[in-house]
Design a protein around this ligand. Structure first.
Ligand code: FAD
Length: 264
């Protein structure tokens, strides 16, 4: 397999850095090729602005979607963005790794998505008509590729349980798993989440890194989250609501978009 890890932590000598090393070592031991985009080391520019669209005439109002579409089609995006898009084309598996900061990904990683996911590349693809809303949610440029998250969190597992005060982890990660990964077509694997990590001792590090190595060994065989595909007939066009009667018993809100209950 060809694995791209997009790594978002400002300190390479961190827990996240050590887990990255464990993941790379295990993947290479399995014979996989690995590329890493270490965003802080690359001084990745996080904010989208005019400089992302060098051919935009100076007097023209910036509309990010249309500028992105035009420059992507004309191969006119900046070199840093084009290099990341090339890595995404190369990879058959993509991993986003980050510490949970304010219940979300660090801004630098969100900025990688905002800039690399150009219009025509990650969105705005496929037929848009009265009967079809493009290729997205299970279809698109990333179709056939796997993706997963590696996340570390200071909070306890209970804090992220169904009744936990932080909200359930599947809900917090839904906008990333469903909105950022499934939308452009990735097959999304369950995330690897390490909880209660801020005072991790050596013994617990061995357990956590062992669990991560196991996930790296089973990347090709792990069952994905069974999100419903947009164009498989489950949604009413054009309002894109789940058709009545298809919901898994008891499922509401985000869980409606998962086709069957998880086994665990
Ligand atoms: P580090 O600080 O590098 O290390 C954590 C522990 O692991 C330390 O005890 C360290 O000694 C140990 N360790 C590191 N490397 C090794 C190694 N090689 N071997 C053995 N032990 C090692 N948490 C939440 O749950 N929800 C939030 O919304 C949230 N928001 C945050 C917002 C901010 C701005 C910040 C700074 C933190 C937030 N946190 C939150 C906590 C955050 O998720 C954790 O601090 C982070 O996940 C820890 O990962 P790290 O790589 O930075 O760990």
């Amino acid at each position: 397999m060809k694995v791209l890890i997009v790594f978002a932590h400002p300190e390479r000598h961190s827990l996240n850095g050590a887990l990255l090393d464990a993941a790379i070592a295990e993947l290479q031991a399995q014979g996989h090729e690995v590329k890493v985009s270490d965003l802080y080391a690359m001084h990745w520019k996080a904010a989208v602005d005019r400089s992302d669209f060098p051919d935009l005439p100076s007097g023209e109002r910036l509309k990010v979607g249309s500028a992105s579409s035009r420059e992507f089609a004309a191969n006119g995006l900046t070199d840093d963005v084009k290099a990341e898009q090339e890595k995404l084309r190369w990879a058959d598996t993509v991993i986003l790794q980050f510490p949970l900061w304010w219940f979300a990904m660090p801004a630098i990683l969100k900025g990688w998505i905002d800039r690399v996911y150009a219009c025509g590349f990650a969105y705005g693809v496929g037929e848009h008509s009265d009967s079809r809303w493009g290729d997205r949610y299970g279809e698109g440029v990333m179709a056939g590729k796997r993706a997963m998250l590696i996340v570390t969190a200071g909070g306890w597992p209970e804090h992220y349980s169904e009744r936990g005060i932080n909200g359930q982890i599947d809900d917090l990660l839904f906008p990333i798993n469903h909105g950022i990964l499934f939308y452009p077509g990735f097959t999304v694997l369950p995330p690897f989440v390490a909880y209660r990590v801020d005072r991790l001792d050596e013994a617990r590090f061995e357990i956590v890194s062992g669990q991560l190595r196991e996930r790296m060994r089973t990347l090709a065989t792990t069952a994905p989250i069974p999100y419903r595909k947009q164009n498989d007939g489950d949604y009413q066009i054009p309002i894109m609501e789940l058709k009545t009667g298809l919901e898994t018993p008891g499922a509401v809100r985000f869980a409606l978009h998962v086709a069957e209950p998880k086994s665990s």
